[in-house]
Design a protein around this ligand. Structure first.
Ligand SMILES: Cc1cc2nc3c(=O)[nH]c(=O)nc-3n(C[C@H](O)[C@H](O)[C@H](O)COP(=O)(O)O)c2cc1C
Length: 175
């Protein structure tokens, strides 16, 4: 097991993956991390759709004009949804769950990348959310925050080094 700070130093967005599936046990562990996420008033508004079907992954890769193409070559992607009526801060609830999944995936040596869904369009007529709903069949009352594409790393990226950490963004007691 890594120390959390070392894990975060090494976490980078990985968009290239080896052509092999991620074991179900690993995906289950990633989902466990999400299901233990804190949520406002413990309202647990989230739902998750795990996609491993190659045709559906290819369709998901077309959900944006740019920024999602690499999903076609991911062995898995997890769509993060939340029930808006359960939480006035569902965006935060869903984002925290997604972030914990990324941390857990990295801890298990996998690579992953957030793909934004909320506030994004497939094209001028269709939101990314509605497009995904058309073939993943989640109900209208669930909003989509993001998808987390994941797999065994097919690229290496440099960890953070101290000079790239924006220490001047931290303020003590006064701005
Ligand atoms: C809210 C959010 C939305 C993002 N949306 C996308 C996206 O749609 N497509 C993509 O390839 N990367 C996306 N990313 C990944 C960022 O591009 C990435 O985190 C950033 O460039 C920093 O790189 P790093 O993660 O390797 O440190 C998103 C990240 C966040 C936090």
């Amino acid at each position: 097991m890594n120390s959390v700070i070392e894990l975060l130093r090494n976490r980078r967005s990985i968009r290239k993956y080896e052509d092999r599936p991620v074991e179900k046990e690993k995906i289950d562990t990633i989902l466990q991390a999400a299901l233990m996420a804190p949520s406002s008033k413990r309202c647990t508004p989230w739902h998750f759709i795990v996609v491993t079907d190659k045709e559906k992954l290819a369709m998901m890769s077309n959900s944006r004009t740019m920024g999602s193409a690499f999903v076609a070559n991911a062995p898995a992607a997890i769509l993060v949804l939340a029930e808006e009526a359960k939480s006035d801060v569902w965006v935060e609830d869903a984002s925290i769950a997604a972030t914990l999944m990324m941390v857990e995936a990295n801890d298990m040596g996998l690579g992953c990348c957030w793909v934004q869904v909320r506030n994004r369009q497939k094209d001028e007529q269709t939101s990314t959310e509605d497009y995904l709903r058309s073939f993943l069949h989640f109900p209208e009352n669930l909003k989509a925050e993001c998808m987390i594409a994941l797999g065994y790393k097919g690229e290496e990226k440099k960890p953070f080094d101290d000079e790239h950490i924006l220490k001047d963004r931290v303020h003590y007691n006064d701005f």
